[in-house]
Design a protein around this ligand. Structure first.
Ligand code: HEC
Length: 176
């Protein structure tokens, strides 16, 4: 093999590898979620709920991780429509893969929610093997959002009174 061909091969392999993380999360979506939740995460009426602009997808990350690890059954309302079916758990995926596909779903299809890390998944690994989840096991995304809002004005008030407590609050915010 001549040197310039070798160089081209190495260069293109490097390029492919550098692009891999973004391809990988999309590929994971295609192989692990698309057959049910469809392209663009639009779902199928009365069968598979949408991931696009779903209040669950944009709600607490913990819910999404637990759904992957334990599956979900029973009735769930998504974007005002009821679904009553079953999603099997995805235990064969690694922590990093679950983090990657959930981050992909939370930042595509019109969703604007924060990234999910492998550590967040790892912290919930002991969920594996427990019975399938139903909605009542999940954190209500509306309540979670309302609680976030409630916290905000409270923080504002305390800010005015005691500026000293500020750095602490910033820390808590970052941890969330
Ligand atoms: C075999 C089909 C199937 C596959 C594969 C599947 N799901 Fe689901 N998913 C469902 C069904 C059905 C529900 C609703 C379950 C119910 O009715 O209780 C659901 C619910 C959900 C929900 C909560 C409701 C919503 O729409 O926001 C999320 C989030 C979710 N799935 C994400 C995923 C992700 C991410 C993947 C891929 C890693 C995936 N699902 C793979 C069938 C599937």
């Amino acid at each position: 093999m001549n040197n310039s061909l070798k160089f081209t091969l190495v260069a293109s392999a490097t390029l492919v590898t550098s692009l891999l993380p973004s391809f990988a999360s999309e590929d994971l979506y295609k192989t692990k979620c698309l057959m049910c939740h469809q392209a663009g995460g639009v779902g199928i009426p009365n069968a598979f709920p949408p991931l696009a602009e779903s209040e669950w997808v944009n709600g607490p990350a913990e819910n999404l991780i637990r759904i992957q690890l334990r599956g979900l059954t029973g009735e769930i309302t998504v974007k005002g429509k009821k679904y009553k079916s079953m999603m099997p758990p995805n235990v064969a995926m690694t922590d990093a893969e679950i983090a990657s596909v959930l981050t992909y779903v939370r930042s595509n299809f019109g969703n604007k929610a924060g990234a999910v890390t492998a550590d967040m998944v790892k912290a919930l690994r002991d969920e594996v093997g427990k019975p399938m989840l139903t909605v009542k096991d999940l954190k209500d995304p509306e309540k979670a959002a309302a609680e976030e809002k409630k916290k905000e004005p409270a923080k504002e008030e305390t800010k005015k009174e005691e500026t000293k407590a500020e750095p602490k609050k910033e820390e808590t915010k970052e941890k969330e």
